[in-house]
Structure formats: structure tokens, C-alpha cells
Write a new protein. Structure first.
Length: 263
């Protein structure tokens, strides 16, 4: 009897303590993380046949003026992503390009792989080129294309947030730097380009310049309209939601037919 009484004395405080505990709150569903803001652009959605041609690594003393002559014949405006060393050596080519309606972007000073460099060296590559461009044309560039398209997520943020650049990549790459021949360069661009595309090419390779007459003529025949990258970004429209598939009506069971009596 005494043992049972001791057990009851032990259970009573434990029961009271359990009763005094606040009820556990229901587990709140985890909020999904906010989507990462887009810090680099390779193509945009547009309502219309707009594309942006871009040329990297120039200006080239002989080839870039030839390209400018051709663009003037077609009344086409493009964006040049220039290497600072070349821009400083040929400021007159940049000046002509701007006079004729083209856009100048930053492509670093000496074309290194920015992803393998310190922040300090990346800033130096960008700022030196910015100064060369500004000295040549009187305004600073606002677009930057990292050489090889190589840039870390951290670098994307400080290039955009601190240095004030939109980072521009590409959607169409004809691999013209491998010198596959003018016909191959042209066919790759024609095959892969669609509205909203940013097309990559290089105005330092003779085969690329040789490919442009047929390429421009065929793109025009397809109905494409050429704009600079900045103009393309302004033409961007939201991607429409996917059209829901129509739901097929449920099949109505056919009424059963009573069997006729056999005669």
C-alpha cells in the first residue's frame, strides 16, 4: 500500500507539469527562397523580329572599317565590345562607329579570364577600358561582356552594383574564332538566330567579315530588324504564361440497349 502511495505522489507533479506546458504551435511552412535576380543577359523576349548583332575584340585597324562600310550600306546598327588596348590604339574607329549609330561596350583591357582574377585586377581591367572608351567617344559605356563569358557570381554582382554595368553574354555563337570558313559562320548564325537573340561574332577575323554580306542579306530576307543591345533590352517584354491545354470533356456513357426478346 505504501509503495502505491509513493508512485501516486510521483505521478501527480509530473501530470501537473505536463498540463501547464503551452500547446505546441503548428509548424509553419518554409517560405521558398526568393529567385536570384538576373545579372547577365544572353537573350530577351520581344514582341517583334528584333535581334542584336555584337562584335568582340576590336577595333581592328583594317577589318573593323570594312565592317562599318558594310553596316552603313545595310543601315544596320550593332554593338561593339572593344578591348581597351585596341580602343586606346584606334580611337578614331570608335568615333566613327558612334557617329554612324553604333554602340560601344566594355570587353576588358587585355582580354583575360576575369573569373581567375582578384577583384582588384578585375576592376582595373574594366576601369582602364572605360577610361579609354570615354576618352575616345566622350561617354562611358554601360554594357560589359566578360572575355570568354567567364565571370563568377560574386563578380557579376559587384560589376553590376558597384561599377554600374549590365553584363551581356550571347545566345548565338558561330565559333567564328575557329575560322571554320565564311559559309559555316553564316549558316550557323542563320540557323540559330530568332527574335530576341544576341548574336556573337568577332571583327578581328577576316572570315567573319567575309561572312557578313550574305549573313546580313539573309537575315533581312527572314524579316529580322537589327538594333543595338541597349535598344533590345528596352524592347524586352514579359514572357507570357503557357497556354493551358484544353481539357477533353468526359465521355458520356451510352445508354444500355435492352436485349430484344428472341422470336
Amino acid at each position: 500500500m505504501l509503495r502505491k502511495f509513493r508512485v501516486l505522489l510521483f505521478l501527480i507533479p509530473a501530470t501537473v507539469l505536463w498540463a501547464q506546458q503551452p500547446p505546441s504551435s503548428p509548424t509553419k511552412p518554409k517560405t521558398p527562397p526568393a529567385p536570384e535576380p538576373k545579372t547577365a543577359v544572353s537573350a530577351v523576349h520581344v514582341d517583334g523580329p528584333y535581334i542584336a548583332l555584337t562584335f568582340d575584340d576590336g577595333p581592328h585597324q583594317k577589318l573593323t572599317p570594312r565592317l562599318l562600310d558594310l553596316l552603313a550600306e545595310h543601315r544596320i546598327h550593332v554593338t561593339f565590345f572593344v578591348v581597351g588596348e585596341n580602343a586606346a590604339e584606334h580611337p578614331e574607329i570608335l568615333q566613327r562607329a558612334v557617329r554612324e549609330g553604333h554602340e560601344i561596350g566594355n570587353h576588358s583591357w587585355s582580354h583575360p579570364n576575369l573569373a581567375k582574377m582578384s577583384d582588384e585586377n578585375v576592376r582595373s581591367q574594366i576601369k582602364r577600358t572605360e577610361e579609354a572608351i570615354t576618352s575616345a567617344i566622350g561617354s562611358r559605356p554601360t554594357l560589359l561582356r566578360p572575355p570568354y563569358g567567364s565571370v563568377t557570381a560574386h563578380q557579376k554582382h559587384f560589376i553590376h552594383d558597384e561599377l554600374g554595368y549590365e553584363i551581356i553574354l550571347w545566345e548565338v555563337d558561330p565559333l567564328d574564332w575557329k575560322n571554320p570558313g565564311p559559309n559555316v559562320v553564316s549558316s550557323r548564325i542563320l540557323k540559330e538566330t530568332h527574335p530576341g537573340s544576341i548574336v556573337l561574332a568577332h571583327d578581328i577575323h577576316a572570315q567573319t567579315i567575309q561572312a557578313m554580306p550574305a549573313t546580313l542579306t539573309e537575315l533581312e530576307a527572314k524579316g529580322f530588324k537589327f538594333v543595338t543591345v541597349s535598344e533590345l533590352l528596352k524592347l524586352q517584354t514579359p514572357i507570357p504564361p503557357p497556354t493551358p491545354k484544353p481539357v477533353a470533356p468526359a465521355a458520356t456513357p451510352s445508354p444500355s440497349v435492352a436485349a430484344s426478346p428472341s422470336t
